[in-house]
Design a protein around this ligand. Structure first.
Ligand code: ADP
Ligand code: ADP
Length: 230
């Protein structure tokens, strides 16, 4: 059964007349690697903000682990589905890398020893061991992205959602980020959903692709199927 399901989900921003999401249906199964492909303004970020209850649909449903997101399960949902935002500066909250990665697991109320071991494990996974005492604000864009990913991994989510994870990165750094994402999927069994407007990323990465345009899902299939049609 799907880990995440959107059923006829639509969303209007209060100050806008158009639908940012228009009757979206999708199903994501455990262990999948999904790419959401669409131009700027297509609705990718809006869709992602529905996956862990940052936004509540204007109509339709968002179901995680068989349960509709509600006030009762929102905390659980946020631990199940971790989101890495496009701009790492939105996610950096602490003066050191170590404290930054510790923020999520601390918030979960885990014992300090457990927090420490999760932080060092997560930093190792993203190849950022040794940066513990550094200020995250002074890292490169790629390093900030990796620290943001570590912060999400330290919460041990079932699903990691990444909004445009390679945007603004040079090709070498982008490949490094993609290989970390591959590793969390293959070795850790994490379901991964990423958005991109870069068609070169998709065949490299995705088992399955959704194409979004004007808030609507216009196509769904394997990368091969999608690029044959478009
Ligand atoms: P993408 O992530 O694909 O670039 P978004 O989800 O950010 O697209 O935006 C989808 C649509 O919703 C766009 O038309 C955008 O202008 C609009 N939008 C996004 N955020 C807001 C907001 N806070 N208020 C009003 N409209 C918004
Ligand atoms: P109903 O459909 O009966 O209005 P919902 O299940 O939509 O009830 O919501 C029940 C409560 O959970 C409401 O107070 C709502 O604000 C909250 N809620 C629902 N979805 C979300 C969400 N995605 N994020 C945060 N709170 C939510």
């Amino acid at each position: 059964s799907p880990l995440i399901e959107l059923k006829e989900t639509s969303y209007f921003y209060a100050n806008s007349k158009t639908r940012a999401l228009d009757n979206v249906n999708l199903r994501i199964y455990p262990g999948e690697k999904i790419a959401l492909l669409g131009a700027n303004g297509a609705g990718k970020s809006t869709l992602f903000k529905h996956l862990n209850g940052i936004l509540k649909p204007s109509s339709g449903q968002v179901i995680v682990n068989g349960q509709k997101i509600s006030r009762k399960n929102i905390k659980e949902v946020r631990q199940t589905v971790g989101i890495v935002f496009q701009d790492p500066n939105d996610q950096i909250l602490a003066p050191t890398v170590e404290q930054d990665v510790a923020f999520g697991p601390m918030n979960m109320g885990l014992p300090i020893k457990e927090v420490e071991s999760r932080v060092s494990e997560a930093l190792e996974l993203v190849h950022m061991s040794g940066f513990e005492e550094r200020s995250p604000h002074h890292l490169s864009g790629g390093q900030k992205k990796l620290v943001a990913i570590a912060g999400i991994l330290a919460m041990r989510p079932q699903v990691v959602v990444l909004d445009e994870p390679t945007a603004g990165l040079d090709p070498l750094t982008a490949n490094k980020v993609i290989s970390v994402i591959e590793k969390m999927n293959k070795d850790m069994g994490i379901t991964v959903i990423l958005s991109t407007h870069d068609v070169d990323i998709v065949p490299l990465f995705a088992d399955r692709v959704y194409v979004i345009h004007h808030g609507r899902i216009e196509a769904e299939g394997t990368a091969r199927e999608i690029f044959k049609k478009h």
